[in-house]
Design a protein around this ligand. Structure first.
Ligand SMILES: [Fe+2]
Length: 401
């Protein structure tokens, strides 16, 4: 495919692959968000249950409240010394001067540390001490390790995402996996390939309808006789090809190759092609270059290059007597063998500058003697009475000037 034809599918491939990869990254990111939500929820529950236990078991206490209210701070703090033995997440407790929270407790974060503050009250929750607060340091790392085992969530002093109670956390991003990349490429290819195929089909259709018409027209201008011959060979090849069982794309390619089979003759001097007498050895050699020249020309057009072998082999003979390769039988593509039969038949039964037309029966005898594919010669001979009424299909008529 030529470069400009590659541009569209390549662009589609890149855009779709990039979009798929971005989507995969987004899915991974949102799965991380969900993971963080679950971790946050577990962390909050653990902290609240802990705080609830401490509020009711430690800070609603007549003795503590009385010592605190009396200003015996040291005495009151002693009550808090075994906190860590009773509560899984408590590290230490102390009393601080300050206004107690309105509710039963209040969480506050300091960097990566989590504290919970309690009012000091009697066993019923009343008679709060107005200027002292119980402060417990919670083991936030342990709570986090239990809420999000695996170490994927870490607390950070700054720059992280909002986590719980004013703490910030960072979550390890899930790296894109090889599978994500592979899938993105596959999806890109899956979407781009039909685009490329459509572009290719469009281009091929253009060449088969308009482009081929132009080439034949130009051919006709440079060598009117050969172009006329090529049109007849095209129709004959199509007729034989159908009888030989070719269908669809193969039939179209056969027809295109038949129209172009002598395109290499544009490299042969016109006076040699139109010479009204037999050619000498050197001249014959020059004319025999035309299948190779034709294949070389088709190689330069990617839309037509798939036809190059059919053109290259149209002077091979089933018995190995042809050129340029001396191929035999099935070594020669059936398309080339069909074109060869059509070509010789057209040459024998059409007008030539150096002789008049030959009768059908004699023509078929000559063809068999010339080493052409006998089965194809028989197919043409058995159906030849139908050929005058043979109508080219619409797609083939589009390529006729
Ligand atoms: Fe030829």
């Amino acid at each position: 495919m030529k470069r400009s034809m590659m541009a569209l599918p390549l662009a589609v491939f890149l855009v779709v692959s990039a979009a798929t990869l971005a989507l995969a990254a987004e899915i991974r990111a949102s799965s991380r968000d969900r993971f963080l939500d679950v971790a946050r929820s577990g962390f909050e529950r653990a902290a609240e249950i802990s705080a609830e236990g401490m509020a009711s078991g430690y800070f609603r206490r007549n003795e503590l409240r009385e010592l605190a209210a009396a200003g015996d701070i040291d005495g009151a703090v002693r009550f808090l010394s075994d906190l860590d033995g009773h509560f899984r997440y408590a590290i230490s407790g102390r009393l601080e001067a300050g206004t107690p929270p309105d509710g039963p407790w209040y969480f506050s974060a300091a960097g990566t540390e989590l504290r919970v503050r309690f009012p000091l009250s009697d066993a019923e929750g009343g008679a709060r001490v107005g200027n002292l607060v119980g402060v417990v340091e919670l083991d936030a790392l342990r709570m986090l390790a239990e809420a999000a085992p695996g170490g994927e969530v870490t607390l950070v002093a700054s720059g992280g995402r909002e986590f719980a109670f004013g703490l910030s956390a960072r979550i390890t991003p899930l790296p894109l996996q090889a599978l994500d990349i592979l899938l993105s490429i596959l999806i890109g290819v899956a979407v781009a390939a039909p685009v490329g195929m459509a572009a290719r089909r469009h281009a091929r259709f253009f060449y088969e309808s308009k482009g081929l018409e132009t080439i034949i027209f130009l051919f006709e201008q440079s060598d009117r006789f050969s172009a006329h011959h090529s049109r007849n060979v095209g129709a004959l090849a199509l007729f034989i090809g159908r009888r030989a069982g070719l269908r669809g794309r193969r039939l179209r390619d056969l027809y295109s190759a038949a129209l172009l089979h002598d395109i290499g003759k544009i490299s042969v001097p016109t006076d040699l092609l139109q010479k009204p007498r037999s050619l000498d050895a050197g001249e014959t050699e020059t004319v025999r270059e035309h299948p190779v020249a034709g294949a070389r020309i088709l190689d330069n057009f990617w839309e037509l290059s798939h036809l190059r072998d059919f053109v290259l082999r149209h002077h091979e003979r089933a018995d190995g007597s042809g050129y340029p390769g001396g191929l035999e039988g099935e070594e020669i593509p059936i398309e080339s063998r069909i074109i060869a039969v059509a070509d010789v038949f057209e040459a024998l039964t059409g007008e030539r500058p150096y002789r008049s037309r030959i009768e059908l029966a004699e023509a078929f005898d000559i063809m068999r003697a010339e080493g052409l594919d006998r089965r194809l010669v028989d197919l043409l001979e058995s159906g030849i009475s139908e050929f005058p009424s043979f109508q080219l299909p619409r797609w083939a008529r589009a390529s006729r000037a």
